[in-house]
Design a protein around this ligand. Structure first.
Ligand code: R5P
Length: 281
């Protein structure tokens, strides 16, 4: 078995290879003069693990090209961050089910797929192959333990993240609660007022994705108004679009951390061990 990764996932692919005690394949990435992407993979194995987070259109195309380059091998696809997963249904007539379109496109040429905290596990049923999701909730809990916070309160910003937050909180037997979010637009949310007993406590808001930061900033504002001593944010996928990281720091959040499903300067925990586990090693 060997690993191969897109440019967006080269560090995580190498970490998974280290966990598995195997090699990562060298890939030449370039562009044709008209801007089209080109890849050329080094020595392949008859069993390949192809790692590629879908963070933008180029990373999706690179993933498709790597899958095709691995034709003839038994290919396990690893999609640490599955972009397009949030458009998981047709919200209005004329829209695509983007999650399904992308899942089907990357299934061709792969034999099985592993995702990490995919936005909704029902998206896994859109792949044309067996798809398994692994969760980093316990890894976020382990990271929070290292933060040396005194009896922190773990908060999910919405009902959808409540079970995730409970798994995080179980690591340290910490208190856990959730807010009730309503999305107004792509970067605006509102939260129903709720008293979370945050006064004089350290609070860690946990979520699967931080994209525009609107969700976390709004939750942090409510917690600060309730007298929280300090507010931290931890997520799996740090998308941080439109300056979201700076927006969160400006909103007074003490620390913002994410995993390496999207490789960032604030990636503090790795998905490598969980993915290696799902690969059966
Ligand atoms: C939504 O259901 C997700 O779990 C996240 O809460 C959401 O994607 C965060 O987006 P943003 O950072 O743009 O508020």
């Amino acid at each position: 078995m060997k690993l191969i990764g897109t440019e967006a996932s080269q560090i995580l692919a190498s970490r998974i290879a280290d966990e598995l005690g195997t090699a990562v394949v060298d890939v030449k990435f370039s562009r044709f003069p008209d801007g089209e992407l080109y890849v050329c993979a080094g020595g392949l194995d008859d069993e390949m693990v192809i790692v590629g987070s879908i963070v933008d259109s180029d990373s999706l195309v690179q993933l498709l090209l790597l899958i095709d380059a691995c034709e003839g091998s038994h290919n396990i696809l690893v999609v640490p961050y599955m972009g397009y997963a949030r458009q998981d249904k047709r919200f209005k007539a004329g829209e695509p089910i983007s999650a399904r379109a992308v899942a089907l496109a990357i299934s061709r040429g792969a034999d099985a797929c592993i995702t990490v905290n995919i936005h909704d596990r029902k998206v896994n049923s859109y792949f044309g192959i067996s798809a398994t999701d692994v969760s980093l909730a316990a890894d976020i809990g382990a990271h929070i333990k290292t933060m040396d916070l005194d009896d922190p309160l773990i908060v999910a910003p919405d009902d959808g993240a409540a079970a995730f937050a409970e798994t995080v909180a179980a690591v340290g037997n910490w208190d856990c609660d959730h807010l009730d979010k309503t999305r107004i637009s792509g970067d605006e949310v509102s939260m129903a007022p709720k008293n979370l007993c945050a006064a004089n406590r350290s609070v860690v808001i946990v979520d699967d994705i931080i994209s525009t930061g609107g969700t976390i900033a709004t939750a942090a504002g409510m917690l600060a108004s309730q007298g929280a001593r300090d507010v931290h944010a931890a997520c799996v996928h740090g998308v941080f679009t439109n300056g979201a990281y700076a927006r969160l720091k400006a909103a007074g959040i003490k620390e913002v951390v994410c995993s390496d499903t999207i490789e960032r300067g604030c990636s503090q925990y790795s998905a490598a061990l969980r993915i290696a586990g799902a690969l059966g090693r």
